[in-house]
Design a binder for this molecule. Sequence first.
Ligand SMILES: Cc1cc2nc3c(=O)[nH]c(=O)nc-3n(C[C@H](O)[C@H](O)[C@H](O)COP(=O)(O)OP(=O)(O)OC[C@H]3O[C@@H](n4cnc5c(N)ncnc54)[C@H](O)[C@@H]3O)c2cc1C
Length: 413
Amino acid sequence: MQQETLAPSGLGELDIDLSEDDAAFAEEWMTWLDTHLPAMHEKLADAGRDADKQALARDWQSQMAAGGWAAITWPLEFGGRAATARQQLIFYLTSAERRVPPLAGRIGINLCGPTLIAHGTSEQQQRFLPPMLDGRHVWCQGFSEPGAGSDLASLRTRGVVDGDSLVITGQKIWTSGAQYADWMFALVRTDPDAPKRRGISFVLVPMTANGIEVRPIRQISGDAGFNEVFLDEVRVPLTNVIGELNGGWNVTRTTLANERAILFMGQQMALTATLRKAITMAKVADPQGVRAADDPHFRDRIAQAWIDVELVRLNGMRNLARVLAGKEPGPEGAMSKLFGQHVEQKLHELALDLGGEFAILDRGAPDAPNRGKWALGWLRTRASTIGGGTSEIQRNVLAERILGQPRDPWADA
Ligand SMILES: Cc1cc2nc3c(=O)[nH]c(=O)nc-3n(C[C@H](O)[C@H](O)[C@H](O)COP(=O)(O)OP(=O)(O)OC[C@H]3O[C@@H](n4cnc5c(N)ncnc54)[C@H](O)[C@@H]3O)c2cc1C
């Protein structure tokens, strides 16, 4: 199979018309990448594990912000580009193609930023958005709790109004990047007597506040991607509440909608890049001179993987077409997540089989193909069917919204 046939990431494969503005956008982005990306790739290749990479990701974000590329969907007045859906597609596809590194503050930019833009006061916007944009402040998302994940509205972390402050006590869990974050956007229960979705507030909490303890959760990969965050009478000013006090559930809907809307593009980036790498590995001969790419069994599995990635792309394009036509994203988002993450897991299984015993070597091992990506990726993809809404929850969405099944009784409980 030729690499050139991998339609998903080639700009030339975009089945949409590009306006003059879109073409100018693409050209400016490519030119900027030509100038800045090679040096960052070199630095990343030399970096060690978590902490080094964090510093580099902040550095990369400040460069992207200076170039106007850190938050392309934000309005111009806040340092974004108000990118159209087509431009976002160009941006994400070329990011996959060129292996553009992730931003340190992507959780803030993708989730908290749009929420602040939609619901924050102008003082809140002016205070929080500029350092969020350029990576001076990295954010984490304090939503999940030990008893509140899929059923987020059951959260129990309390926020008690005391004068002009909110005093917060409770526990968050699975908080990605909290150990590096400067700020957390959190949901807290400010009215325990109200129906569960009506007594919640959306609040911004500095991670340096007294009473916060962050305990990294060490995963099977050896990394600590997420954390427990304990809050013991953490005092924040009421001016850090976004939207109305007790009106946080409505505010959260913006955050969650953004989590879903950007999902397919990010997923597309990762799947295409992963498939390309797996195919490249299949073409490398082992010490006996055998290439997996010549084995009919592997050729069959590679072809199936290509079809699967293509299906994820086409379904994503279907969702995009709705957005381009000015409609709300549909349940295709749930389909993309459910199927895409199943495909992602299968791709890593295929890659491990293609690479044989070398592919299970971890980062740091001299013979590990793709610097140990495969063993780590296989472990990581176990989590992807949980984070951002589990596969069972996506199936509920599809059952209700596409198949017309009765509503999940737990959702109303
Ligand atoms: C890699 C990763 C990063 C994360 N990062 C963050 C973060 O930064 N901030 C944050 O706040 N959270 C984060 N999370 C947490 C994530 O949002 C939750 O794990 C997710 O919402 C599921 O909640 P839970 O783990 O409590 O599982 P539960 O909701 O307790 O679910 C347990 C099981 O029951 C099933 N289930 C639950 N309800 C239903 C139902 N109604 N119908 C059918 N089946 C059901 C689930 O599918 C699952 O299999 C992250 C998770 C992962 C894996």
